[in-house]
Design a protein around this ligand. Structure first.
Ligand code: GLC
Length: 475
């Protein structure tokens, strides 16, 4: 089967959040199952700067978008059996960031046109085009409306994965005609309309042959007003084509036994000792004191979605009772600033490392006793699965994929793999942290839970099998 993944991010070249992990790891797992997988991405400035030497030029295409005409060079590279195609639309993508520009609608419209036209040029005829989130959401509409009878395109089936319902890709309706060259009736009759805007995510939902989201619980949440950002109105009548498939983690990259970034490998038989040795090394490296005290770690994008505010509400109290905190991440300026202030106030108890540092991320996952993930919403979440694999107990809010991956102590007792709480409030998180400290102080209990966590197996084989059972009946 020929599968083309289309989104805005894919590891190891381009990663903003978990989506980049998923597009790459799922592709890699499908290649292992014998499928022919390609990923197409814009040729971003950072990719060009770091990888241009290993790229092969395979052709070029012309794009007409409103009154602008562009020529895009097409490059390719191969990694782990996956073919990456790169669309070099310099005017739109030779920029430092992936998202967030004033001409966002125009950029992604240009990319959608490029993907449409490049397929015959590079000679890749997909059986399945698998779209991730909103950026290329208009691709099925464009292909089916413009080329639905063309032999090359007519058998292509479309799968959409919703990683986040919070981004609708909404744009002013007249651009349906102006940027996409499509009849306004598609908007007027409702297919592309969502709350009086055109929406690329709505378009993909309507045009996809199948829709998935990244956990079974989130599939249910998407059918409710609270959990779907209003998309339940669109999804309820289409629920027969909606499936929740839990993401996996890359168990090659996140392997406690062979992880090159750890000071000591973490083995099942010596879990407590190995974790403690890593923790001591991390304390020394970061200048924290008392590695006998519980360490709460966080590696995250710092956005409202992640519930960082609930953590901030609790730092003063828990530092005073002897907790240690390490935060790694970047994002909203205000959250960064407040974390910086706490690190300044408690230099031997709180560390904030702004940015993303891969070796340090590995060390935090491995060395923490507890991993904080009090998300407001979390379609799947990857960090908690990584923490589990290193025997680190996640503290999660009961939402989305966090429910599907972490067994909370209150409900599961000795069978638990972490600690969970329900209400989105600082008090509830404080209650969960207190529970964590109780667990920490009862070493026999702590060891039991850590072992349960360590033995959880969230690999991509399971998830890729589930995707294959979605693709196969479509073709
Ligand atoms: C988004 C979601 C997150 C999920 C990731 C990968 O970032 O917010 O929950 O794990 O996509 O699917």
């Amino acid at each position: 089967m020929n599968i083309l993944m289309v989104g805005a991010e894919a590891n190891p070249y381009v990663k903003v959040g978990g989506l980049g992990d998923v597009v790459y790891s799922l592709s890699k797992a499908l290649v292992h199952q014998g499928e022919n997988v390609a990923i197409v991405l814009p040729y971003y400035a950072s990719v060009k700067a770091n990888h241009h030497k290993s790229m092969k030029l395979v052709g070029d295409i012309s794009i007409h978008l409103s009154w602008r005409h562009h020529t895009a060079q097409l490059y390719t590279s191969t990694l782990d059996g996956i073919t990456y195609y790169w669309v070099d639309l310099q005017y739109y993508f030779d920029r430092p960031n992936i998202y967030g520009y004033y001409d966002e609608h125009e950029r992604w419209a240009a990319f959608v046109h490029a993907v449409h036209w490049m397929l015959p040029v590079v000679g890749f005829q997909p059986d399945i085009i698998h779209i991730h989130d909103w950026p290329a959401g208009m691709l099925p509409v464009v292909i089916q409306t413009i080329d639905g009878h063309n032999d090359f395109y007519k058998t292509i089936k479309f799968v959409l994965t919703i990683h986040s319902p919070a981004f609708l890709g909404d744009f002013p309706p007249p651009l349906v005609e102006d940027f996409y060259n499509l009849p306004m009736s598609l908007y007027e009759e409702g297919a592309l309309r969502f709350h009086n805007q055109a929406s690329t995510l709505k378009a993909a939902i309507v045009y996809a042959d199948h829709i998935t989201t990244v956990s079974p619980t989130h599939a249910k949440e998407l059918l409710t007003p609270e959990g779907s950002f209003g998309l339940h109105e669109v999804l309820l009548p289409l629920q027969h084509k909606l499936t929740g498939i839990l993401n996996g983690i890359d168990t090659d990259e996140w392997n406690p036994i062979s992880d090159p970034h750890l000071t000591y490998p973490i083995h099942e038989k010596t879990l407590a000792e190995d974790k403690q040795k890593n923790k001591e090394a991390l304390f020394q490296q970061l200048g924290l004191d008392h590695p006998d005290l519980p360490l709460f770690g966080l590696v995250s994008r710092l956005t409202f979605q992640k519930g960082i505010g609930l953590i901030l509400d609790n730092i003063d109290h828990f530092v005073n009772v002897g907790a240690k905190f390490v935060f790694l991440g970047s994002g909203e300026a205000e959250l960064e600033q407040r974390l910086r202030e706490f690190a300044f106030k408690y230099p031997s108890s709180v560390k904030f490392i702004q940015g993303y540092n891969n070796p340090l991320a590995h060390q935090i996952y491995a060395s923490s006793d507890f991993f904080l993930m009090p998300s407001l919403f979390e379609p799947c979440g990857i960090a908690q699965m990584i923490a589990l694999r290193y025997g680190t107990l996640p503290i999660v809010r009961e939402t989305g994929g966090l429910i599907d991956t972490v067994k909370g102590y209150t409900h599961y007792k000795e069978e638990a793999t972490g600690i969970s709480f329900h209400h989105y409030s600082g008090d509830s998180l404080g209650w969960a942290i207190n529970q964590a400290i109780d667990v920490y102080n009862n070493k026999a209990n702590l060891t039991k839970l850590r072992l349960k966590a360590y033995k959880e197996n969230n690999n991509w084989k399971r998830a890729s099998n589930s995707y294959l059972t979605i693709y196969q009946p479509l073709i």
